[in-house]
Write a protein that binds this ligand. Structure first.
Ligand code: SAH
Length: 291
């Protein structure tokens, strides 16, 4: 069938320019507008992406960022994390400054995120559960515990990107944090230097590059010990470096080989140790040596 013959005469294609120009504009314009919409969907998607970014990327540490953090805090509260100091630490610590720019959109979601070298930053709800357990340790009534600093002298094994160390620093008198991977140790130092400008009254963290399996004898004993990596058993050094009234929390492989469990160890005032379990978890492996 030939194209568009209303007067019975054969049409020549292409049409002469004057025929195109003389076509009624009312018919041409909507056709042109709709073809733009159909043929360039990427323009539309681009606008959606821009809008999504405008709404969800935390901008600096201004109001946007604080509002996003407060939404995360509300989620943590509904997940059962109610300790006021822990919630305040989450509200004050800018998690988006610890993750790669490509992941910044997810910084305030309850998700673990890669931090490089095969390691991950844990989900806020898991970190919150661990901090809350540390903040209710038996030795809290001891005279040397400063008000508002329930973690006392705290040892962290597995600095990673430094996010959890920053949270700990708002709850402890002092934090010593050990990392076995040199590149992450250096990255954490940069991240913590950056947040020092944003978080008032932030206690300094002592970062150590070394094997955390041996703890950190020079400043032992510790009121609290927290590990962000799990092994088959708790290293004896950690137990030896736990002060009376102190609490240790670490993921550990279940003895029946059924994944990891969060293990809590309390050193009671008489020096004995009491072990309890606080649910199934999934952490990166605890490894010995440094790289
Ligand atoms: N708390 C961290 C999470 C780090 S992931 C954060 O907020 O980012 C666990 C970390 O433990 C990894 O960086 C890993 O390299 C480290 N790690 C594993 N075994 C270790 C060991 N024996 N000594 C010190 N760090 C160790």
């Amino acid at each position: 069938m030939s194209q568009g013959q209303s007067d019975g005469k054969p049409r020549r294609f292409p049409l002469p320019l004057d025929k195109v120009a003389s076509a009624p504009s009312a018919r041409l314009k909507p056709a042109a507008a709709s073809s733009r919409e159909v043929l360039r969907p990427q323009a539309h998607l681009h606008q959606i992406e821009q809008e999504r970014r405008r709404q969800s990327i935390p901008q600096g540490v201004g109001l946007d960022s604080m509002q996003i953090r407060l939404r995360m805090v509300e989620r943590l509260r509904s997940d059962g994390i109610t300790h006021p100091g822990v919630l305040e630490a989450f509200a004050r610590t800018p998690r988006h400054l610890f993750v790669d720019t490509a992941l910044v959109n997810q910084a305030y979601e309850d998700t673990s995120l890669p931090i490089g070298l095969g390691q991950t930053i844990s989900k806020p709800s898991v970190v919150g559960t661990m901090l809350q357990l540390l903040c209710s340790r038996p030795g809290l009534t001891m005279p040397h515990v400063q008000p508002g600093r329930p973690l006392g002298l705290c040892l962290e094994v597995g600095t990673g990107c430094g996010y959890q160390a920053a949270l700990l620093s708002l709850l402890a008198r002092q934090v010593i944090s050990i990392e076995r991977l040199r590149d992450l140790h250096i990255k954490a130092r940069g991240n913590l230097d950056q947040i020092r400008q944003h978080v008032p009254a932030w206690q300094d963290v002592r970062l150590v590059y070394g094997d955390g399996m041996v703890g950190h004898p020079p400043q032992a004993p510790y009121d609290t010990i927290i590990a962000a990596a799990g092994g088959a058993a708790l290293p004896q050094a950690w137990l030896d470096q736990l002060a009376p009234g102190g609490r240790l929390i670490a993921p550990m492989e279940d003895e029946r080989g059924q994944g990891q469990v969060l293990t809590v160890v309390d050193r009671l005032p008489d020096g004995s140790l009491q072990h309890t379990r606080a649910g199934a978890v999934l952490f990166v492996p605890l490894k010995s040596g440094i790289t």
